[in-house]
Design a protein around this ligand. Structure first.
Ligand code: GLC
Length: 732
């Protein structure tokens, strides 16, 4: 008996010692906030400062002495970027980092399907986790203000409500993998022209009603763990250390408990970086004097200069502890979260998700002669024309570019789907000089002969599929430069017009992340808006062309007829692109359809527009209350019927119009949408909830969201212009 008690007490002492030896910050069963306080109590000032700035291109320091790992960050929003050298922008040349490329976020927005956003986040989060990344630098949610912006393809369109609803599930999906999403670029980074320096002035209403909602949704509903400050200035302060945006709005009003990371090179000032809420300084070369220094990271604004300020008592250790706490919280949520899954890489499930999003995001803009869907054996010869049929679109575009395991080109997809029943010919038609594959495809022929050969190819074909658009080269949908025209580049308009003269049976497949002008619109019967669709591009395009998939995408931004119709381009250079690094958003709250519909400017194709191979009927909508208060929620019920012969999906959209208000309000504002899949002849009931408080406008005099009592029109439709019903509600 004695022996037994002796051994029991020995075990309990050992266990106690074991427990005593394992400090709280290492114990995954301890609450994160306790782990943070414990780690802080053990860290030196130097160690706290060290975790607040980069130590290499894409990592920030951990605390080696305490076994706290460094933070591994990676681009980007559409897939996990290839490994980059430790301290150079060059690829590291790994052989194990070829990823799966998901469709660009513009395509995700065009699905109007939050379920696919969750699937997207989960899949890309698994890829990031497998690649041992703790922070995935996406999603980008900047609003589509001008069709010239080089990075619109990375974002979710012109409407704050759509951008909000489509970024939340993506963020949750990524973070389920113990990987932090990083919502960017906060804020008002709506163009690439002069992005590193330009100072944006915008009204409080435009800020709160248009440019911040998606970020607020990412924080309040998506619970995003990190956020990237943008390059530009807002009201005279750089956004990566902007007191109003970060300290007041993000951290105080929105109670953001994550980490603010600067864009790469977006930090300009130690004092502001310390006091205005920047938590990790990435990528900058500080004062520009230390670029060539080896390990210039110690020169960063939040590095030695920060230590100096602390030693001189110019800043309090409380602010340092607040920064370090946030960084530790991010580490405990990601790399030191021992419950996190293991991820997977280029898994078949990821390809399926990528293809599903691509198929559901493609928008059918025109099909007036029902050429689509293509009946496989209907055409003996199908001519595919255009460089975008073979151009690798996972390359280019800037930091979101990817090294992929595979990418099915539109030509490959078309050959695979139609090659058995038709002869497929190909003609490049034009050469952009873009890097096609590993090398720049040096064309044997000059553009004139490419042009002539393409016309000959079109002449002899029974059907032409033109695959053109933009190509993620500089000023053609890429970071670091805006387009200089709304028109298609590389003489494509002329080529399209000549092709149409010799063959009326022509399908236009536009590959882009932006709206383009269509001078040939009246001569073309069939237009598909395809996005940068990633690895499964060709299979998704062929699937829609063949009718294997019935297109259900809707435009996440308006296609204007001409650039001067665009609100940002209607108030002179100060509005776009700015004058001497200064810019005023004079379009204010009238962005996108809020402008066109209020000013009654007819767009080429409206926001929310997209056709189907079948037809739908929206039944009479009813609401559960026609008198309400700001605290109510109006429930709208309606039926949707598939009145055609093939399965398809429709997106019911609900806008509100505040008919009489003391301030200017747009003709309509999207406040609910629902995508409904229907078999031929099937009818489904759709319920849409409309919290009345979301109908408010931001009163910049009271700094509050307000609703003025009175009549509101609820507009039900299938695009911003296809409004089929109006229901009146009175708000008390
Ligand atoms: C770039 C981009 C940002 C990217 C970062 C790292 O300049 O603005 O989106 O995540 O630097 O590549």
């Amino acid at each position: 008996m004695k022996k037994w008690i002796f051994s029991l007490s020995t075990i309990s002492i050992l266990t106690l010692q074991m427990v005593a030896q394992k400090p709280i910050y290492l114990d995954n069963n301890q609450p994160i906030e306790k782990r943070i306080q414990n780690a802080l109590s053990l860290m030196t000032t130097e160690e706290k400062v060290a975790i607040c700035h980069a130590q290499s291109k894409f990592t920030s320091k951990g605390v080696p002495r305490l076994g706290i790992p460094e933070l591994m960050l990676s681009d980007g929003p559409h897939g996990v970027r290839e490994e980059i050298c430790w301290d150079e922008w060059d690829p590291a040349g790994w052989s194990s980092d070829s990823c799966l490329a998901f469709p660009a976020l513009t395509c995700l927005a065009a699905t109007f399907n939050p379920d696919l956003s969750l699937a997207y986040g989960r899949a890309i989060g698994q890829e990031a986790r497998y690649r041992r990344k703790d922070v995935l630098l996406g999603p980008g949610v900047n609003i589509y203000r001008t069709p010239l912006n080089g990075r619109n393809f990375e974002y979710l369109g012109e409407d704050p409500y759509l951008s909000s609803k489509m970024c939340i599930p993506y963020i949750k999906g990524v973070q389920e993998n113990g990987v932090s999403a990083c919502v960017k670029h906060f804020a008002l980074n709506n163009q690439e022209f002069d992005r590193n320096t330009i100072n944006v002035e915008a009204s409080e209403r435009a800020l709160q009603e248009i440019y911040l909602p998606a970020f607020k949704a990412a924080v309040k509903e998506g619970n995003v763990w990190s956020l990237m400050g943008s390059y530009n200035q807002f009201r005279g302060e750089f956004c990566s250390h902007n007191n109003y945006l970060i300290n007041k709005i993000l951290k105080q009003d929105w109670e953001f408990d994550g980490v603010v990371i600067s864009d790469w090179g977006a930090t300009h000032n130690t004092k502001q970086a310390i006091n205005n809420g920047l938590d990790i300084e990435m990528g900058s070369h500080t004062n520009g004097l230390s670029i060539s220094l080896s390990n210039s990271y110690n020169q960063y604004y939040l590095a030695n200069p920060y230590l100096e300020a602390l030693k001189k008592g110019e800043t309090s250790v409380d602010i340092l502890n607040e920064k370090a706490s946030r960084v530790l919280r991010l580490i405990f949520r990601t790399s030191m979260n021992s419950n996190k899954p293991w991820g997977s890489f280029v898994a078949k499930e990821h390809s399926n998700v990528a293809r599903k999003i691509a198929e559901e995001g493609i928008v059918l803009l025109k099909n007036s002669s029902n050429i689509l869907p293509i009946q496989p054996s209907a055409y003996k010869t199908i001519a595919v024309i255009g460089e975008n049929a073979i151009k690798r679109m996972t390359l280019g575009g800037g930091s979101s570019a990817l090294k992929v395991k595979y990418e099915i080109s539109p030509l490959e997809g078309i050959k695979d789907r139609f090659g058995k029943s038709s002869e497929i010919t190909y003609s490049q038609g034009y050469a952009s000089g873009a890097s096609m594959f590993k090398k720049v495809l040096k064309c044997k022929m000059d553009n004139d002969s490419l042009f002539k050969v393409a016309i000959e190819t079109a002449k002899t074909a029974d059907l032409v599929i033109f695959v053109g658009g933009l190509n993620k080269n500089h000023e053609q949908d890429s970071e670091g430069g805006d387009r200089t025209s709304l028109n298609l580049p590389f003489n494509q308009d002329k080529l399209i017009q000549e092709i149409l003269k010799v063959n009326k049976n022509t399908i236009m497949v536009l590959v882009s992340g932006n709206a383009i002008a269509m001078p040939w619109i009246n001569d073309v019967k069939t237009i598909i808006q395809s996005w940068y669709l990633g690895s499964e591009s060709g299979s998704a395009i062929a699937s829609v062309l063949s009718g294997d998939c019935n297109p259900s995408g809707k435009l996440p931004f308006t296609f204007p007829v001409k650039l001067s119709d665009v609100s940002a381009h209607s108030f002179g250079e100060i509005s776009y692109p700015g004058i001497n690094q200064n810019q005023e958003y004079k379009d204010d709250i009238l962005v996108g359809y809020r402008w066109y519909d209020t000013k009654k400017i007819a767009p080429l194709f409206p926001f929310g527009f997209g056709l189907s191979y079948t037809t739908f009927e929206i039944g009479k909508a009813t609401i559960d209350k026609s008198v309400c208060t700001a605290n109510d929620e109006v429930k709208l019920l309606l039926s949707v019927k598939n009145t055609g012969k093939i399965a398809g999906a429709e997106v019911v959209q609900v806008y509100i119009n505040d008919e009489k208000c003391s301030v200017l309000r747009p003709a309509k504002e999207l406040k609910a949408f629902s995508k409904v899949a229907l078999l031929p002849g099937e009818t489904k009931l759709v319920e849409l909830n409309l919290p009345v408080k979301e109908w408010a406008f931001y009163n910049d005099k009271t700094s509050k969201w307000e609703i003025e009592p009175g009549k509101f029109n609820i507009l039900v439709g299938t695009s911003a212009l296809d409004i089929c019903q109006k229901i009146i509600v009175n708000v008390n």
